[in-house]
Design a binder for this molecule. Structure first.
Ligand code: FE2
Length: 382
């Protein structure tokens, strides 16, 4: 029964209108793709300007050590140049990416995943570039690396026809003028607060969301964050070339629907701490149904084993030093370490779900209704 319900949910995934639109986009980008592919150059492709504000975990009522950093979320900041964004767009519209890396689910109609290492050298280099990582790490308050190559530049794609966009804008403008005339208010009653994805926490500690579309006519598209006391704040979404950094594993959040834009393409790269000594609570809950599971599992196992090996190397070194110094064996310290390792291995094992038990395109339901909203803008803190 549960399987039937799940299958039905997958079947009922929102209608995706990308077919003809992508064809148009594709031909437009093919002209550009003829020219030699650019190499990522931080000197010209990074146009970083620090965010106007960074909201801390304690600002949202959480403990500073609830996650891997005291930072909760940044406001949008300029990250990549126009040229860099265009190169990234060219890469995602390559026919082989459309063919091999497209995924859809019960909650998102069209996504590209796992394409960067294979087909998108510019995007791959952009997110492995030490200068880029230094920027993201500085904002996040902890030294970060991409969690896995598979999670570099995950693309969320939403496209509408010109007619649909015009109808949407018309409806927004009518509502705008209605509220302005009737109530004389300049709030946002015309926003559609229906979320794209329900309340959830991410699978990985940190995320950097970069906007690859022009947002000039876009209304909505904010990220709503749940505070520790049950209130909700909204942080506005990034404009083209801008990004937002969020500690999404530890903060319940949702993306609100964006209206009035013909296309909305966001690139999402997930991060984990560089240090093996920091905790890694990463799970695969929200990604295993929209992945090449074999690739995802190889990379997850690889980095989890690396963390374990590094932790063991460090312990071994400490024990040798202790012995050479003539100290007694710190048995209780070792037993604590082994307890933690047991937990770590159990966690890795839990996340490795046999491929036959995974329902392609199914993401577990996420929900919850909260209604106290505070809008956060550039020069305000919570
Ligand atoms: Fe999220």
């Amino acid at each position: 029964m549960a399987t039937e319900v799940r299958a039905q949910q997958v079947f009922n995934a929102p209608e995706f209108l990308v077919g003809p639109v992508i064809k148009t986009q594709e031909s437009a980008f093919n002209d550009k793709a003829v020219s030699a592919a650019a190499t990522f150059d931080p000197a010209t492709h990074l146009t970083y300007e620090p965010p106007g504000n960074i909201i801390m975990m304690k600002d949202l009522g959480y403990d500073e050590d609830a996650g891997v950093s005291p930072v909760a979320v940044s406001l949008p900041f300029q990250l990549f140049s126009e040229e860099a964004i265009n190169e990234m767009r060219t890469e995602i519209f390559k026919p082989e990416v459309l063919r091999d890396c497209s995924f859809s689910s019960n909650i998102a109609a069209h996504q590209f995943r796992g394409y960067a290492a294979k087909y998108a050298p510019f995007t791959y280099d952009a997110w492995h570039c030490p200068e880029t990582l230094a920027i993201i790490s500085k904002i996040a308050g902890v030294d970060l690396v991409p969690v896995m190559d598979y999670e570099i530049g995950h693309i969320n794609l939403s496209m509408k026809t010109a007619q649909q966009t015009a109808e949407e804008l018309d409806a927004i403008n009518k509502q705008k003028s209605f509220f302005a005339a009737d109530e004389g208010i300049a709030g946002c009653p015309f926003e559609d607060d229906k979320p794209i994805v329900g309340w959830h926490t991410d699978s990985y500690p940190f995320v950097c969301v970069t906007m690859l579309s022009d947002c000039t006519d876009m209304v909505g598209g904010e990220t709503a964050l749940r505070t520790a006391d049950g209130n909700v704040i909204k942080v506005r979404g990034p404009g083209k070339g801008c990004a937002v950094v969020l500690q999404g594993r530890y903060i319940t959040h949702q993306a609100l629907r964006a209206l009035g834009a013909r296309e909305r393409i966001t690139s999402v790269t997930s991060f984990r701490p560089r240090s093996a000594q920091l905790k890694d609570d990463s799970v695969l809950t929200t990604v295993r149904g929209i992945s090449d599971v074999s690739e995802l599992h190889y990379e997850f196992i690889e980095y989890r084993l690396e963390i374990q090996q590094e932790r063991m190397r460090v312990l071994q070194k400490e024990l040798r030093k202790s012995r050479h110094a003539g100290r007694k064996c710190p048995t209780s310290l070792v037993k604590n370490f082994l307890r933690e390792q047991k937990h770590f291995i159990k966690h890795t094992n839990t996340e490795l779900v046999p491929e036959n038990d995974i329902i392609a395109g199914y993401i577990p339901p996420m929900d919850g209704n909260l209604d106290v909203i505070i809008i956060i803008d550039d020069n305000r803190s919570v």
